[in-house]
Design a protein around this ligand. Sequence first.
Ligand code: UTP
Length: 294
Amino acid sequence: MKIRKAIIPAAGLGTRVLPASKSIPKEMLNIVDKPAIQYIVEEAVAAGIEEILIITNRGKGAIEDHFDHSFELEANLRGNESKKKIFDDIMKPVNMANIYFIRQKETKGLADAIYRAKTFIGNEPFAILYGDDVIVNPDGQPVIGQLCDAYEKYGCGIVGVNEVPRKDVGKYCSLDITPLEGNVMKCNDIIEKPTEDQIMSCYSILGRVVMPPEIFDYIEKTPVNKKAGEVYFTDSLVLLAKEKGLNAIDFVGTRYDMGNKLGIMKANCEMALMHDEIGEDFKKYIKQLAKEIE
Ligand code: UTP
């Protein structure tokens, strides 16, 4: 079944990027000249997604404004030949997809945020793109498209993974996997934030999954993690894996973690180097800077 719907959980508090995220949602922090969440919506649209639900929270109204008209700006720029590109750029987020919003009224974790989308999703498979993970694949298929194709081929839920350095696995999760075909694996088990002796592999889930609608039943059944005081989405994925099956795909793409300061800087540097307008000048600047700091 074709994946038509996606959700973007963007209701987290963003404590790791404070104070930048105090009054600006971290999902709205820019990468060169666009907010992070626009790259994520563009990825979904490029993969053929038609309907997108963004899960927000109090103080995140800037996200809604970004995907809405700005009549004053539009009136000012419309018809001005020298500013046509800027006009086109501000119209893109308005027209790119059908975008809806819902609030997660209490910040009770990712599983709870995803659960807010139950009615919107109904009875069809859907994509989840985490709101602080920007993943690009400039010369190839959008990463969420790679997952959608695998979902359609194998007919079960799929998580997007990459190998991360062993010292970092404890910040993410660790998967027990069995190779299936090419870059697709069967996922037997997952452990959230493992200690060194609990690591099963260095494959971690990095911001993209495609789920069957039954995932909402599994979220309901998942016990609250006592230490965290919230339902871990990872635990719901384990229930799904054990009862219905779950695959993992070692996706092709570059991920930038916009939830931490170094990730934001890497995203800005690398995207600036690829940017049409400033790429060449930025490259010269970086080369000069590298000489100076050697
Ligand atoms: P994170 O755990 O990376 O986001 O969640 P966070 O809670 O904002 O991070 P810190 O630790 O406080 O810095 C991954 C994604 O899930 C969303 C976040 O917005 C992010 O895009 N999320 C997280 C929610 O929508 N609701 C939540 O309750 C928690």
